[in-house]
Design a protein around this ligand. Sequence first.
Ligand code: EZ4
Ligand code: CO
Length: 404
Amino acid sequence: MADVIEKVEVLVSSPSRNYVTLRLTTRDGIVGLGDATVNGRELSVAAYLRDHVGPLLIGRDPGRIEDTWQYLYRGVYWRRGPIGMAAIGAVDLALWDILGKRTGQPLYALFGGRVRDRLATYRHAFGWDLPALLDQVDAHLDAGFTNIRVQSGVPGLEVVYGVSRETVYEPAGRAAAPAEEIFDAEAYLRHMPGVIAGVREHVGEGVGLLHDAHHRLTPIQAARLGKALEPVGMFWLEDVTPAEDQDALRLVRQHTTTPLAIGEVFNTIWDCQYLIQNRLIDYIRAAVVHAGGISHIRKIFALAEVHGVQAAPHGPSDVSPISLAASIHLGVATHNFAIQEYMGYPERVHQAFPHAWHVAEGHLQPGDEPGLGVELNDELHSADDYEAAYLPIARRRDGTLTDW
Ligand code: EZ4
Ligand code: CO
């Protein structure tokens, strides 16, 4: 007799930052975990899961993963969107986790086995000025990492997204409303190419350098930045223009050979389709949980493979260790998976989500535990209540809002 889902728990907590975790338990006692965290909108996904999805899961066969995905996607008139897709993604992760545990296999084995021995990753380095940035770059190189995202302060701006004056950094600030900052594209464009060239000069060849512009440039500004960075030989330039204005990247592409990455805000294959089919990007950044889970993102990766685009999922601290585990299992088993972002977590997050995945010689490894290989330390995970936290908002000097 097929197993059935008996218990659905939606856990909202804050082991140093907010996470929404879905825990499914079957009649046979198998537990599956899913991540449902959408940074700054955590409670909406939790409500979606609690009020609308959870009740539909009780009594279902956990082995019908694709059918459940289709049921939760097609069965709802209101399709797509970050909240609903993250909720479906959480269910999908938990069902794959259950399948892995039932069969005693790590998920990468169920995806067809390894195509690579280890998964490339990149770390974040930031610094208010070049010496501070180079200190962080050196620390990552010393730890064995060979790909680094570099972000720096900009003269004339008081704060810059992605850059902290401290050594640790969390993008979302705890407060009842988002912090506001001023962004000046001209000041940024004048300063940034020199900083990144300085990093290249310091590290020499053979280190992958990445940079994230957070969707804040106009197409022609983005083209100028890509062109200015050509001598540096970037691994990629990320999120140069607003992700939904997809033809903007055609203009950028016409002007520069700097590789382009975008898509961390995408949540379905239909968001990615135009950019991939028209080869307007080199890397697709959708995150496993935000793009409907393993079942759906595998279709995005397959579409990308057809068109010579590589997978490089989002991996900041707001993608929980559960979702990161899914990404790492996919990473070692998917041919066109290029690199996994690994921003890292505060120590308390590692303890709240004990995980088999790990870093070895500057690369990620999924470990060999069945399923996703992540557990929940209930006590630590639930010790701190959710506290509202938001990504900052940026305005131009005239007061209008920039994109992300
Ligand atoms: O803005 O994690 O590539 N990483 C990033 C992150 C994202 C936040 C969104 O929740 O761009 O800083
Ligand atoms: Co980004």
